[in-house]
Design a protein around this ligand. Structure first.
Ligand code: AMP
Length: 398
């Protein structure tokens, strides 16, 4: 079975074509600058091909993807008829779409209805789905939601303590994001530990440009750091993470900022970038800190503290911890951050082997637990696209 996985962003379209029998990625790539010029990067095996193409919308970008996948020179299939199903990454499934779903008219209608609570990611995802339905009307399409992993979170952990009608009428609540990544790495962890996930209390740290931490108790998400939007939780590349909400109104009242301006400050100009004044990329901030830049040092310390606090909170919520997982760009690559997070956590049973942590092998699940520690600590590379392909295969085979 061949499955095309699509991830449509506001000006991009990422794709991967999987052969499910061999779990192999046949080809993958990205269309960028959709709506403002455009170019495509297409990879097959070790070869990469790039071309400037005008992409006025996601539909034209998808046409280009399909023609490259089928082309004599760069293709991997003879015709699009070989694609058995398409899996779409959809960030937000709202309260109703609690699991990956075959796309129907009513699913699209619901996604359109919840655009007000998902204004950034909703419209491009819907555009990608509609483009696909038009170009491949006979192929099963599946939507896989970042939020659906959190359908097991109880209301005492997702309702905000504001007037209840804001939840009932406006659907303001914690939703949680990156669910597909947390689901994938927690399942992988159980597999490498050789234990049933039902017996494990796990904290997964997805640390990238956007970061979130999730408590998974017996295979079910119990709590997570991102909230109504991906803004809440730990310090991120350009996002503040959790702050006192009164900061927002204070800035509006004293500086005359509009709601949009404050949102841009907290979403695009805060976090590592805002505090260090250097970059949203942690590599640059670490380099600056190593050269003695105090604000860079502070930004890193704020990040570490925000992660540690959540690990402590989630261990308390689960009444214990069996395993801690690091994943995504920072979690998988930055051994110094993992070391700082795990420092002075022996009370909770978290102790890592500093040598293993520093000399880890990239790209595979890697155990960095210190001998004798109560909590297993692992680096697990995330693979959201593969998880989407697995769900798509399951639903399309029914
Ligand atoms: P992501 O959003 O998952 O792509 O992660 C982006 C973050 O991961 C950035 O802050 C980078 O500093 C960090 N990162 C990504 N790749 C590497 C790498 N090879 N080495 C060190 N840091 C990396």
């Amino acid at each position: 079975m061949k499955i095309l996985v699509l991830n449509a962003g506001s000006s991009s379209l990422k794709y991967q074509l999987f052969n499910m029998e061999s779990s192999e990625v046949l080809a993958k790539g990205t269309c960028e600058r959709i709506g403002a010029g455009g170019f495509i990067t297409h990879k097959r095996g070790g070869e990469a091909y790039t071309e400037e193409v005008d992409f006025p919308n996601h539909g034209v970008a998808l046409e280009k993807v399909l023609s490259l996948l089928c082309s004599k020179e760069y293709g991997v299939i003879a015709s699009i008829d070989e694609i058995n199903a398409v899996g779409h990454r959809v960030a937000h499934g709202g309260e109703m779409l609690k699991e990956s779903s075959i796309i129907t008219e009513s699913v699209i209608k619901y996604l359109e209805n919840i655009v007000p609570i998902n204004p950034l990611h909703g419209p491009p995802a819907i555009a990608g789905i509609k483009a696909c339905l038009e170009l491949m009307p006979a192929v099963t399409q599946v939507a896989v939601f970042d939020t659906s992993f959190y359908s097991t979170v109880e209301d005492s952990r997702f309702v905000y303590a504001i007037p209840y009608e804001f939840y009932e009428e406006d659907k303001i609540r914690r939703y949680g994001f990156h669910g597909t990544s947390h689901r994938y790495v927690s399942a992988k962890l159980a597999e490498v530990l050789g234990k049933p996930i039902e017996d494990l209390k796990i904290i997964t740290c997805h640390l990238g440009n956007g970061s979130s931490i999730t408590a998974i108790n017996g295979g079910k998400a119990m709590d997570t750091s991102m909230g109504f939007t991906p803004q809440e939780g730990v310090v991120m590349g350009t996002r503040s993470g959790t702050i006192d909400p009164t900061v927002v109104t204070y800035l509006m009242k004293t500086k005359g900022y509009s709601a949009q301006e404050v949102e841009d400050i907290l979403n695009k100009k805060s976090g590592l970038l805002g505090v260090s004044g250097i970059s949203n990329d942690l590599r640059n901030v670490v380099d600056a800190a190593n050269q003695g830049n105090k604000r860079a040092e502070l930004a890193i310390q704020l990040l570490i503290n925000s992660i540690k606090k959540l690990i402590g909170a989630y261990t308390a919520e689960m009444n214990g911890l069996d395993a801690l997982v690091f994943t995504a760009g920072i979690g998988e690559n930055q051994h110094n951050i993992r070391e700082m997070v795990c420092e002075n956590m022996s009370y909770l049973g978290i102790e890592i082997d500093k040598d293993k942590n520093e000399h880890f092998t990239r790209g595979i699940p890697f155990d960095i637990t210190k001998e004798g520690a109560h909590v297993a600590t692992w680096i697990i590379p995330t693979d959201e696209e593969y998880m989407i392909a697995i769900d798509t295969q399951r639903l399309a085979s029914k």
